[in-house]
Each structure stands twice: as structure tokens, then as C-alpha cells.
Design a protein around this ligand. Structure first.
Ligand code: ADP
Ligand code: ZN
Ligand code: MG
Length: 482
């Protein structure tokens, strides 16, 4: 039987507000443990929470970007459970009246546009962090555990998708686009390694073409795109096998072991939590006025999809270029700034998508670690047009700019990469090449004109790739017709 995967994601995003959700302590990653705490986030008796206005504005940006409806009133609840990293014994979280509902985000998979529904977007607070002492850093095998409350009370937004995702690749593409959107919104650094962006994946399978949902399992805390995709693929395989052997999938949390690439299903019987939700008595319901929503809407930065459309209409770029360039806010800004100086958008796009992305890939660096400025690329492209350096050598020069930040003209001068446009010098080289390759010369004379390409290549080789190829071509043609 053919099966179809059904996937829904629950994503947690730590907001990059200055202060925590319900107190004035600073939000920051790491640092000396327990230095950013107060009676509120340590849950001292009698301490009262106060809602962080900026966090709500960030939340509102996210809700708008995800095309959600925002009811006028949302309510904070207490979600009760015991865990050492939860000093109050409950987490303040929105429950049956979340901040925003019914949205969606478009993503592209295999060139096809799909809209993934967003069920809800709500506000909550992050927990503290258990630090397990011992070699593995995990609870298993640890000698003792300590608690760092610096993270306790960090504003946390939960985004829940509809079960609209149909493959591990689609899950990855969606999460990538969501992350990119959040980065555009400037609401989180989305650093998955530091836990600012975390994803739980729910997955079930069903006979292809049917509409009833199968029993789902949950993969918790997938902390990279790659792990998410691999973990889901693995879990889908596991479920298929169970069904093919006539078994039943049990609703449970499963663990994807990144090191071995295997799924372990902890037979923890249907764990139906009862969190005893009730409205937080220390907070009033949250009312967001239409004016505030409108204000936030006005302040919204241009989102990737809109920006991509603009690149097509304003710069005349192909859809593909527009999507690649806007897939990263910094990359888009680099492109725009460079085009602003240099003018030819398609050429800049080619260089950004080709040379810049290649350098980032090879160096494993992000744009922040790249020393090339848009102005430097613009200058280099100008040098190519002016015949000071040829296009191929310019690629080398650009890689050097990326690593060192040196000025293009300086690199060209220092390394002697300047284009050779001296005709008499090229003529000598051309003559030598013809002499050294009598067989090809004979072919050319016999009418095989294409051989000229070979001669050009040989001259380029003699100059270490620095000759002006157009001129080489001219000089050779002249020589060959003599
Ligand atoms: P729970 O009550 O177990 O938290 P929810 O209904 O709140 O489940 O859904 C949690 C996430 O799981 C959502 O992203 C949703 O889209 C997804 N989901 C729900 N049912 C299924 C299913 N049968 N298969 C795959 N994903 C599902
Ligand atoms: Zn505090
Ligand atoms: Mg749920």
C-alpha cells in the first residue's frame, strides 16, 4: 500500500526583547549562571508578573506576518506541572484564547508553492535550564544537576501549524522560510544551537488519498533543519513498517538519536498530561486595541515574499534569483546596496548568487564573517567593465576580498592580477602558441574554426588567466589570417 505522511510542527521562538516576559531582568544567552534573576523569575512567594509590552508588539508582528486573525482579547493561563526548571510549579502560557489564530505561510517545495496553515500563535515564558554535571551533559549518567535561572521567564512564542505538511523536505522548507520571516521581523536571533528556535514535529501516516488522520507520534526538540528532515524520514519509515506488519502506531514521544540516526520509541503509554489549566489570577486578560495592531502593521519590515515580488518587478530579475536573494535578509540587503551603486541588477545577482554564496559555503561562514562590502563588489565589477581585470580573475579577487576585506584595486596591484591588454605582448604569446601547436594549427587551416577556442585557452594559460580574452581572440584571428 502507498502511504502519505502527515506532519504538523510546533515551533518555539525566544524573543530578543531587552527584558524578560514578566519582570525586568535582561534577556541574553549564556553568561555567568543565575546573574539575571529576580523574585519574579525565581518565583518567590508574592512576586507579581507584569506583561512585557515589547514582547506583545513582537508577538503581534509575528501574527501579522503569518497572516493570522488577532482577537481583541487573549488570556494567560497557568499550565501546572512539576519540574526543577519551573520554580513556580506552573508556566504562564496562553491556552484556549491564544493571541492569534488561523494564519498561513507560503513555502516552495520542488518549485511548487504550498501554503501551510497556522493554527495558532501564542505567548508564554521559557523555563530555566537544567545543567547536568557529568561527561555526557545529558541527564543519563550525570552525577548531579544544577539549575541556571537566567533563561527563566524569557519571552517565548509558540507557533503551531495545521497538519498540512506532507514530507520531511516540506517540513524543512517551511521551517527555513519561517525562520527567514522571523529574522526579517527582527524579533529573535533564531539561533537553533542556542535554543532560540526549537521545533517539535508531529507525524503520522495514512493510506495515500484518504483524509482521516492517523495516530501521530512526536519528535521533540529538533535543533537543526537537517535533524528535523532526517528524524522525520526515519520515523515515517518506522511507522510504515509497523503498519505493514499489521501492527498499530502508538501515540507517544519518540526520540531521534542524531549520532546513530535511529529512532527509539520509549514505550511510555499514552501520556495524556493534565495540566490543570486555569486563568492566571495575577494578570488581566490581554486586550490589544485595533490602533496598536495598525501601528505594528505600519512598522512591519518588508517580508521575503513581498520583497521577492519587488525584485522581479523593480529589477526585472527572474523569479528564481528573487527567491534566492530574499531567502536571507542580509543577503538581500547586500544585493540591494550593491545594485544601488553598480546599477546592473542581474549582474550583481549573478555574483551574489554565484561567487558570494560559493564563498560562504566553502568558508562555512555567514555574511557577518564575510569581509566583502557591497561597495567593494560594485567597485570590482566596475574594474571588470573597464578592462582592468578580467572576469575570471575577478572571481579570485572577490574571494580574497571576502576573506581579507582588502580593496579590489589593491589586491589586483599587489598580486599582479591586472589584465594584460598590451597588444604586442599578446601578439608574441599568440605567435608562440601557434608555433607550439602545429597539429591544431593544421586543423584550423583545414577549416575547423572551433580550434580558435583552444588557442585562446593556451594564451590565457600562459598569462595565468590574466589576459583580456576579447583582445586575445582578436590578436589570434589577425595572426591566423596573415
Ligand atoms: P496535541 O493535543 O497532542 O498537542 P494538537 O492537536 O494540539 O495535538 O496538535 C499538535 C500538532 O500536531 C499540530 O501541529 C498539529 O498540526 C499536529 N497534528 C495533529 N494531529 C496530527 C496527526 N494525526 N498527524 C500529524 N500531525 C498532527
Ligand atoms: Zn526576573
Ligand atoms: Mg496541543
Amino acid at each position: 500500500m502507498e502511504y502519505e505522511a502527515v506532519i504538523g510542527l510546533e515551533i518555539h521562538v525566544e524573543l530578543s526583547t531587552r527584558s524578560k516576559m514578566f519582570c525586568g531582568c535582561r534577556v541574553e544567552f549564556g553568561g555567568e549562571p543565575n546573574t539575571r534573576t529576580c523574585p519574579v523569575c525565581l518565583a518567590h512567594p508574592g512576586a507579581l508578573p507584569v506583561i512585557n509590552r515589547q514582547a506583545i508588539r513582537y508577538l503581534c508582528r509575528i501574527a501579522l506576518a503569518l497572516d493570522c486573525s488577532i482577537p481583541e482579547v487573549s488570556v494567560f493561563h497557568r499550565k501546572n506541572y512539576f519540574y526543577p526548571d519551573l520554580p513556580k510549579g506552573y508556566q504562564i502560557s496562553q491556552y484556549d484564547q491564544p493571541f492569534a489564530v488561523d494564519g498561513g505561510l507560503e513555502t516552495v517545495v520542488d518549485g511548487e508553492r504550498v501554503r501551510i496553515g497556522i493554527e495558532r500563535v501564542h505567548m508564554e515564558e521559557d523555563t530555566a535550564k537544567n545543567v547536568h554535571a557529568g561527561e555526557s551533559g545529558r541527564i543519563a549518567g550525570s552525577v548531579y544537576s544544577l539549575i541556571d535561572f537566567n533563561r527563566s521567564g524569557t519571552p517565548l512564542v509558540e507557533i503551531v501549524t495545521r497538519p498540512d505538511i506532507r514530507s520531511p523536505q516540506m517540513a524543512r522548507a517551511f521551517l527555513n522560510d519561517l525562520k527567514n520571516t522571523l529574522l526579517y521581523l527582527d524579533v529573535s536571533d533564531c539561533n537553533m544551537e542556542e535554543g532560540s528556535l526549537r521545533c517539535d514535529a508531529n507525524v503520522s501516516i495514512r493510506p495515500a488519498g484518504t483524509s482521516e488522520l492517523g495516530v501521530k507520534t512526536e519528535l521533540k526538540n529538533m535543533n537543526s533543519f537537517r535533524h528535523l528532515e532526517k528524524g522525520l524520514a526515519q520515523e515515517i519509515e518506522r511507522q510504515k513498517q509497523i503498519l505493514e506488519e499489521g501492527g498499530r502506531v502508538v501515540q507517544q514521544t519518540v526520540h531521534f538519536d542524531v549520532a546513530t540516526g535511529t529512532i527509539s520509541a520509549l514505550r511510555s503509554k499514552e501520556e495524556a498530561h493534565d495540566y490543570r489549566y486555569f486563568p492566571e489570577p495575577d494578570l488581566l486578560p490581554l486586550r490589544i486595541g485595533a490602533e496598536t495592531v495598525e501601528q505594528v502593521r505600519q512598522e512591519m519590515p518588508e517580508l521575503p515574499a513581498v520583497r521577492a515580488e519587488r525584485y522581479v518587478s523593480e529589477y526585472g530579475l527572474p523569479d528564481y534569483d528573487a527567491r534566492v536573494l530574499t531567502s536571507d535578509r542580509q543577503l538581500a540587503e547586500f544585493f540591494e546596496e550593491c545594485t544601488g551603486i553598480y546599477g546592473d541588477a542581474k549582474k550583481v545577482s549573478n555574483w551574489v548568487m554565484g561567487e558570494l554564496l560559493a564563498w560562504l559555503n566553502e568558508s562555512g561562514s555567514d555574511l557577518e564573517g564575510c569581509k566583502a562590502t557591497p561597495a567593494a563588489l560594485a567597485e570590482l565589477l566596475g574594474m571588470v567593465d573597464g578592462g582592468e581585470v578580467n572576469a575570471n580573475t575577478a572571481k579570485e579577487v572577490f574571494a580574497e576580498i571576502c576573506s581579507t576585506g582588502a580593496a579590489p584595486a589593491e589586491i589586483v596591484k599587489e598580486k599582479g592580477l591586472g589584465q594584460i591588454s598590451d597588444e604586442s605582448e599578446l601578439e608574441q604569446l599568440a605567435a608562440a602558441v601557434l608555433e607550439e601547436n602545429p597539429k591544431q594549427l593544421e586543423q584550423y587551416r583545414a577549416g575547423k574554426e572551433k580550434v580558435i577556442g583552444f588557442f585562446v585557452g593556451q594564451v590565457m594559460k600562459k598569462t595565468g588567466g590574466r589576459a583580456n580574452p576579447k583582445l586575445v581572440n582578436q590578436v589570434l584571428r589577425k595572426k591566423l589570417s596573415e
